[in-house]
Design a binder for this molecule. Structure first.
Ligand SMILES: [Zn+2]
Length: 253
């Protein structure tokens, strides 16, 4: 069955409290207070990696995103896992998007480095994520930019998989977006679901069903900033929402 409406934040919170402990996943260590989101997840903002100014003013969606689209950068699978490398990647992507492609700014909202570092992409993406209301219109997936958040996963996953560290960071990034914008985990897709592209690579694409399930579990992990303000929602409903929303998937591939 398809999910008619995204699960509400209230449902996530309530479910998390009901199942506290059983589905606990370790939280990512917060390394920078200035980069923390509502749940304490550390996302390095643009100032930290030295972003250039957008070439044009960013545009606001006027509504929350309805889905998450996962990409890979198709860059080499480097073993440089430090934060400096992640910053350099963010700068390089912005430079490429602005100077070679003529875009106003980084096309993606967030990036997950090979070392598992999370970074803000397009200007104000992190600020709006914290607010959980509207988002900045990105440039990452044709015909989906006004309804989706784009995540770039560093590396090339046509024939190899992300490390456990990087995958865990991707789970946390997706879970944070789902929490803040009340997106059901079943609404996580790969770029190739919408455009004729190999992105995010055969291997990472094949991992998306598992990613949806893992994000569903991460969402019900209790978060300190959340409070029980809603009625109970059966856990089963949340878990089922992690599966593909049959009938709503595009048929490009
Ligand atoms: Zn892509």
């Amino acid at each position: 069955m398809s999910q008619h409406r995204p699960l509400g934040r209230r449902s996530f919170v309530r479910t998390g409290l009901l199942t506290a402990g059983a589905l606990f996943l370790p939280a990512k260590t917060t390394t920078s207070a200035s980069a923390a989101t509502n749940s304490g997840l550390s996302i390095h903002d643009r100032a930290s990696w030295g972003a250039a100014k957008p070439l044009r003013r960013v545009q606001y969606s006027g509504q929350p995103p309805r889905k998450i689209i996962v990409h890979h950068t198709a860059t080499p699978n480097t073993q440089e896992l430090d934060l400096g490398r992640a910053y350099a990647l963010a700068r390089a992507m912005q430079h490429y998007h602005q100077q070679a492609l003529g875009w106003s700014d980084s096309g993606q909202h967030f990036t997950v480095s090979r070392g598992g570092h999370l970074l803000e992409g397009r200007e104000h993406s992190l600020r709006e994520l914290r607010r959980g209301e509207v988002f900045i219109i990105g440039s990452h997936c044709a015909n989906q930019n006004t309804v989706s958040i784009g995540i770039e996963t560093e590396g090339n996953y046509c024939s190899s998989a992300p490390s456990q560290t990087q995958y865990a960071a991707l789970v946390e990034m997706c879970a944070e977006i789902c929490r803040q914008y009340e997106i059901a985990p079943g609404e996580i897709f790969g770029h190739r679901d919408f455009n004729a592209t190999a992105c995010p690579g055969d291997v990472l694409y094949a991992m998306l069903p598992g990613l949806r399930s893992d994000v569903a579990q991460a969402i019900v992990t209790p978060c300190g900033a959340w409070q029980a303000i809603g009625g109970p929602t059966p856990l089963e409903e949340l878990v089922q929402s992690a599966g593909p929303a049959q009938g709503r998937w595009p048929s490009i591939y």
